[in-house]
Design a protein around this ligand. Structure first.
Ligand SMILES: C[S@@+](CC[C@H](N)C(=O)[O-])C[C@H]1O[C@@H](n2cnc3c(N)ncnc32)[C@H](O)[C@@H]1O
Ligand code: SF4
Length: 471
């Protein structure tokens, strides 16, 4: 890879493609740095493995001893008691008997790989029960599943075990079952504390109920309590968003995430907006102002530490291990319908269709539905993108590990970002401005695209996803 050639390669692109990499020439980079968000998750893709080879390839990866490196497990619970209008993660409505069968299948799936050297040769540093809604499981399901995880998987002594939940079905009994089984972190989707905002997107409980529950769970003093907030929701004015940010700090929680609302083209939210049932979504430039407001508030709270651009801790209870590991490209063993994972340079996805998943597990095999060999240079790309997820680039650190300084390689791109007010450059360290942080997904995808252009002679393909255009 040669630094000098990047300038020529960018110059050879059409003006629209150049704008996706460099951003817009504007003196208001926060609101207009790019036309819109380009992708939901930055990445480079790879080479799909042929259907008949998927399971053999995955099983083979598990037959090899793993290097000393942090690892994680992802366990997917694809059930929700109701569907939220904005959500792209919904799979199945909760049904007790089906969830019981699913839990039994999950335990079988874990047992299929449990004795393999690829699973047992290194400790697991984080287990994430995600969804959907793990709090849709019954107390018995929780006890059985956590029992299986603890007995069959080599958990590190300080393993972070997260249980994603929503307040509505996280009862006292379920919390007790989680804590008894070893859960030490609850990640709870709140989205907004404002009752009108919540109802408009299909959330059930009112502000009073969620505040009381959050305080109670945090006061147990047994596990980290972290919440998700979203900005750009219908009816969520700037003052409601300010109140959302402030209220979380009064709720006793240990950490928080904030997500920019993505309005997916085929979502119920988009349909409701088109039919005029709820107000049209906020523009991206309006969302940018909400992002900047949140950062401003957090800046004036010295106890709050930003662990990444969109995630903070309020005290040392929140470590954010799983999210950090998954962004750094470590191995993740996936279990459950629709679960995604990665192993030794390959990514995989289990059957998303519940019937197909149950059939395959009950016929005695892992339900891998898709395997892809990650693109050339993906380990290096993860080193770059995990720094950018935290708002910076440190060429010196990357060079120590990889022998290549990405800041040097990407210099023509970074100089343009600096001119547009998206980053500041200090030698081999690049720091994103507030504007750069708001657009960090576009910046990260652009950096990965440029690294890929430097590796290849082929023309660049600009990745785009179906997020509604928000002017
Ligand atoms: C996989 S969801 C599970 C959350 C949990 N089931 C709940 O409802 O609280 C995790 C988080 O993704 C975020 N999310 C879901 N849909 C989103 C969208 N369209 N745009 C941005 N964030 C979204 C929400 O903040 C949500 O809490
Ligand atoms: S936000 Fe949570 S509860 Fe709502 S549909 Fe998505 S996964 Fe289900």
């Amino acid at each position: 890879m040669k630094a000098g050639s990047l300038y020529k390669k960018i110059q050879a692109l059409g003006s629209e493609q150049q704008a996706w990499l460099l951003g817009n020439d504007t003196d208001d980079a926060l609101r207009h740095g790019f036309d819109r968000k380009r992708v939901v998750h930055p990445g480079q893709g790879g080479t799909p493995i042929a259907p008949h080879q998927r399971l053999p390839v995955w099983n083979d990866l598990l037959l090899h001893k793993k290097e000393i490196a942090p690892r994680a497990v992802y366990i997917h619970i694809p059930f929700c008691s109701s569907k939220c209008l904005y959500c792209g993660f919904f799979q199945n409505i909760s049904q007790t008997e089906l969830i019981d069968r699913y839990t039994a299948a999950l335990i079988k799936e874990i047992s299929y790989d449990a004795d393999k050297i690829g699973v047992q040769s290194q400790p697991i540093n984080a287990v994430y029960f995600g969804g959907g809604t793990p709090s849709a499981l019954s107390c018995d399901n929780i006890r059985d599943l956590l029992g299986a995880v603890k007995t069959m998987l080599p958990l590190a002594a300080d393993c972070e075990l997260t249980f994603e939940s929503r307040i509505h079905d996280l009862t006292d009994e379920k919390i007790a079952a989680c804590l008894a089984g070893g859960i030490n972190r609850f990640s709870i989707g709140i989205q907004s504390f404002n009752t009108q905002v919540r109802k408009s997107i299909g959330r059930i409980d009112s502000r009073g109920v969620i505040q009381e529950r959050l305080q109670k769970i945090a006061a147990l003093n047994q596990a980290a309590v972290v919440i998700d907030l979203m900005y750009g929701l219908p009816y969520q004015t700037a003052s409601i968003w300010e109140d959302d940010i402030m209220t979380q700090f009064d709720s006793g929680i240990h950490g928080g995430d904030m997500y920019q609302l993505n309005v997916f083209e085929n979502s119920e939210l988009k349909q409701a907006m088109l039919k005029g049932k709820i107000p049209a979504s906020m523009s991206t430039s309006e969302q940018a102002l909400l992002f900047a407001k949140a950062i401003e508030i957090v800046k004036h709270k010295p106890a709050v530490h930003r662990l990444s651009i969109c995630h903070w801790s309020v005290n040392s209870r929140e470590r954010n291990v799983y999210n950090y590991l998954s962004k750094s490209g470590c191995d993740i063993l996936p279990y459950g319908s629709g679960a995604g994972g990665a192993l030794s340079g390959y990514s995989a996805m289990n059957e998303r269709d519940l019937t197909a998943y149950l059939q395959r597990i009950n016929s005695g095999e892992k339900s891998i539905a898709f395997v892809m060999r990650q693109a050339e240079g993906s380990a290096f790309d993860y080193a770059v993108s995990s720094q950018m997820d935290r708002g910076y680039m440190d060429g010196y650190e990357v060079k120590k590990r990889w022998g290549i300084d990405h800041v040097e390689l990407l210099e023509p791109l970074l100089r343009e970002w600096q001119r547009r007010g998206l980053v500041e450059i200090d030698g081999s360290v690049v720091t994103m401005t507030i504007a750069g942080q708001f657009w960090y997904v576009n910046l990260t995808q652009a950096a990965l695209d440029c690294l890929s252009m430097l590796r290849s002679e082929r023309p660049q393909q600009i990745k785009q996803e179906a997020i509604a255009a928000q002017g």
